[in-house]
Design a protein around this ligand. Sequence first.
Ligand SMILES: [Zn+2]
Ligand SMILES: [Zn+2]
Length: 159
Amino acid sequence: MPEEVRPRASWDEYFMSIAQVVATRSTCPRKYVGSVIVRDRTILSTGYNGSIRGMPHCSDVGHMMEDNHCVATIHAEANAIIQAAKNGVTIDGGDCYVTASPCWNCFKQLANAGIKRICFGEFYRDNRIFEIASKIGIELVHSGLPGVSLPALAATPPT
Ligand SMILES: [Zn+2]
Ligand SMILES: [Zn+2]
């Protein structure tokens, strides 16, 4: 059989696909989100939406709702920053790949962690991030989702 030469993934497709796989570990069914922090094309840290370490998952015990949001979980981008801090990994100047655009809180955290480029898969909810990103020199890119198909990625209900 002849070899099949497949088109090579771009770096954005490569890391976003990995973020999509990371999202499959999310435990809050309101939003499956995955995040990968990268510098010089090397993965430094990953994170997904999940409960406080040692606490039960939304998927097992239900959500902790406040103002129509689930506040039980730590968001994917925050968990990626936290994982880097926990392990003593420098992320200053890095890129963040995240399957859904950062909420306002996560955006602020990424900015102060020194992230210089944020690549998101789908728009989530907060338009302020576009204005502030351009003001403070963060490149914000809507790359789309390359389409890793795993069951946990199928449902992204609006929140
Ligand atoms: Zn939840
Ligand atoms: Zn967030």
